[in-house]
Structure formats: C-alpha cells, structure tokens
Design a protein around this ligand. Structure first.
Ligand code: EPZ
Length: 419
C-alpha cells in the first residue's frame, strides 16, 4: 500500500538527533564484499530500502546476508555472475557489481541501467574505463557482458569526474595485473570510504580523494570488518530543516569536514553553527538571506542537497539562483513547491527563486529521493497541512526521517495513501 507523509508546519525544530551511516558509501562497500570469499562485518549500515535491494543483489549472486544491527555477508558460496534487470531497475547502483564481479571472477553479466527520473544517466564512462583495463565489453538483450580474462592495469582518463565509474574502476583495478592510473577521478568522501575498505581488504590504492588515483593490482583480497562513514547528505538535509523552521538543533555524528561547501552556503543565508561537546549546534535565522548556488562535483556543493536548498530559499528575503550542473533533469520538486506558494522559474539548468512571505500547506507529489526530502522540509515551514505523496522514494535513502523529525518536535506522521 502506498503511503504519504502528513506534516503540520510552522514549528521551529529543537532537540538532538544522530546522523546515520552513509547510504552512498554503504552501497559500493557492501557490493565490494563479493570480491573476496569469506565473512565480512559492516557497522553503521543504515536500514533503508536501497540497502535491502543491495542485500537482495548479494543473495541473488549466492552470498549469505544477515542484516541485524551489524550487516554480515558471507560471500564464499557465490555462484552466479549476473545482476538481473529486476535489481538494476530498482536501484542503478546495482551496476557497481560489474567491477566487483570482474575483480573476483573475471566475468560479469549486468543489466544495462535505463534512464531515470534525473535524466539519461549513461554508463559510458564505466564501460570506457573497464575497456582501458583490457575488459571486453559486449551488449546483448539489454545486458552488458564483460569478459575480463585479460584484465590488466591501464590508464583511465574520465571525461569528467563520475562517482560510480570511479568506484567500478577501483574495484576492477584492485586485482588487475599491474598498475592502474585513474585521472579526473571523483573525489567524493564515499569514493574515499570505498578505497579505505578495499585497502583494508589488501588492495594497494594511493590518492583516493584526489584527482589522480593509482592502484597496484594484488593477487587476492581478504574479508574485513568496516564501519561506514556518516551520511553527509542526511546531515545537510537536517541542517536545512533546522534553518527553514528557524529552529535550533544539535546533531551528533555529523561529518562537518565533508560539508564545508554546504555549511558555507547555509552560513551565507544566515544559519549559525557551533561545535559543542554533544555535536554541532545548528541555529536557523529569523530571516533567510538569498544565496546563489551551483552544484558541482565534490568538494563543490552536492547535487543531492540542491532540492532541499531550493525549499529553504523559497522563503528567503530576495532572489536566489540555483544552477544544477550534475544532472540534466533534477527540478521535479519545483512544480510541487509552486503548489505550496513558491515563486520559482526554471531557465534551462537554473532555477530562479524569488522569496515569498511564506508557504501554504497543500498536497504534493514526490518523484525521487531528494525531492521527497525537499517537500517534507517545505512542509515543515508551510502554514497548515502539507501531504507528501509517494513517500516510498524517501524510504530508499533516509533512515526513519519522520521519527527523527518528530524527535525534534515536528508534527509529522505517515498514513496510507488511497491510490
Ligand atoms: C552518485 O551517483 C550518487 N549515487 C548520487 O546520489 C549522486 O547524486 C551522484 O553520485 C553525484 O554526486 C550513489 O552514490 C549510489 P555520477 P552516480 O556517475 O555515481 C553522468 C542519491 O540521491 N555520467 O557521478 O550515478 C551522469 O549522468 C543519488 O543518493 C555519464 O554521463 O553519479 C551525471 O550527469 C542520486 N556517464 C554525472 O555524470 C557515465 O558513465 C555524474 O554522475 C557516468 C556518469
């Protein structure tokens, strides 16, 4: 049964929450567990739909998975090299299984991801990179078939930094014969966490988090115990929630060093931050100042916080411009924010947001993970009741968001959606 979130807005948030483990760090690291036979233990894996899908993917390949407080994978019994359309369709990150299967078995069959709500999202850079390592790629009936019998190190120059392709290449190169150099690599903290996990498994990686990564291939890898980094996007989302309600919250387990560009923009809009013994204190201003933002690869402003930030700027005192440079289509929240009374126009890849006196609650429809968070955030500030439909998008990537918001005093609850 579909569900919706019902929010009664205009209440400043107050109290304390703990940031969960990072979804986008956990996904590739859990997938990397198939690269060595044995028992892996992962801590701080968030309890989310995308993580359940990853567990399903690992099981489909033959691994044994147990996800209680600790996420345990035994990858010894893996006997299947194919990731089906069913799994890739549910979660594009399933395509990361490609590099992991190539590393361990020298072959893979993975369904080609289609477009998605964020636009075309091709995988050409993943395939180009793998080919630079001697992998033969063919496509048949919607499947990408990789023959990596001749896997060896190579030089990969990405056309632009891509998180997923960098991760796929890190995994494939870990056990390739010789040295791989990746240039124009993605520098996101999630790439660094994957490199940290692979290094603990025995891989030889230098430069993760920088533009050039060097990998010396090793013969084999071993199982590990690993703790996932905190989720910078969840943390940023709660900072925006505190800001838009003029609230004051304390956030534990917040990776502030990974949020420099976000905290700078929030500070420009009037939010104040204070390190305390319990965590970072975030205090929203009485009046939000307008700011201009351009999404960029890390360490620039993250595209995953563009939608929540748009919500915040709808009530700023003046006009803000947000430019989306990462995804071709990531403004689906705009039409819904307009239903709440926002004044936004889209000009190509930019949104021009004229601050209004306030938002008014209404029913709205979410269509992806981050825009569902943005609509909830808008609902927290709106006068009256906002209902956010199709909340299953939120459940893919935010752990117990309504419980955390309720803990901060928000009036929010989940209810069945009729159709
Ligand atoms: C990761 O996606 C994240 N997902 C995304 O988070 C995030 O928005 C994105 O990085 C950017 O930070 C995971 O980590 C699971 P990219 P990914 O490859 O790896 C284009 C969320 O809400 N491109 O860095 O798919 C691509 O279309 C999600 O949690 C190609 O053209 O992102 C996009 O425009 C959404 N060809 C740009 O590059 C390729 O072969 C950046 O994509 C690969 C990518």
């Amino acid at each position: 049964m579909l569900q919706k979130m019902i929010i009664k807005g205009s209440k400043p948030l107050a109290g304390e929450i703990t940031v969960s483990g990072s979804k986008n760090a956990a996904l590739p690291i859990l997938i990397a567990s198939i690269m060595a036979p044995g028992r892996f233990e992962f801590h701080d894996v968030p309890d989310l739909m995308d993580i359940h899908t990853t567990a399903g993917l690992l099981r489909e390949l033959g691994a044994e998975v147990d996800h209680q407080k600790t996420f345990v994978v035994d990858s010894t019994p893996i006997n299947n090299y194919e990731a089906s359309w069913d799994l890739v369709r549910k979660m594009r990150a399933s395509f990361l299984i490609m590099g992991a299967l190539i590393s361990r078995f020298r072959r893979a069959r993975v369904s080609l991801p289609g477009g998605c709500e964020l636009g075309l999202r091709p995988v050409d850079q993943h395939l180009k990179g793998l080919q630079c390592l001697g992998v033969k790629i063919s496509e048949e009936h919607g499947l990408v078939i990789a023959d990596a019998a001749a896997l060896r190190g190579g030089k990969v120059v990405f056309d632009f930094p891509t998180v997923g392709a960098t991760e796929n290449l890190l995994m494939a190169a870990a056990t390739a014969k010789g040295e791989t150099v990746i240039q124009n690599a993605a520098q996101e903290p999630e790439v660094v966490d994957l490199a940290r996990a692979l290094t603990a498994m025995g891989a030889k990686i230098e430069g993760a988090g920088k533009e050039t990564i060097r990998i010396q291939g090793v013969e084999s890898l071993r199982p590990i115990t690993h703790t996932i980094i905190p989720d910078r996007i969840e943390a940023g989302t709660f900072m925006v929630a505190a800001a838009i309600t003029g609230g004051s919250i304390i956030m534990k387990n917040t990776p502030t060093a990974m949020l420099v560009s976000v905290m700078e923009k929030l500070a420009e809009s009037g939010v104040s931050f204070q390190e305390t013994a319990d965590g970072i204190k975030v205090v929203g201003p009485e009046k939000i100042r307008p700011v201009d933002i351009k999404t960029l690869p890390y360490p620039g402003f993250p595209t995953d916080l563009q939608a929540p930030m748009t919500s915040l700027l709808t009530i700023a005192e003046g006009t803000s411009i947000i430019s989306e440079t990462i995804f071709e289509k990531r403004f689906a929240h705009v039409a819904e924010l307009i239903r709440l009374g926002a004044d936004i126009t889209i000009d190509g890849r930019s949104a021009v947001i004229k601050g209004t006196g306030g938002l008014l609650g209404a029913p709205v429809m979410s269509s992806d993970l981050r825009n569902s968070a943005a609509l909830i955030i808008a609902g927290l500030a709106a006068h009256g009741t906002t209902e956010v439909y199709r909340i299953y998008h939120l459940d893919r990537g935010y752990e117990r968001m309504e419980a955390k918001l309720a803990l901060l005093g928000a009036d929010i609850r989940r209810a069945p959606q009729d159709d």
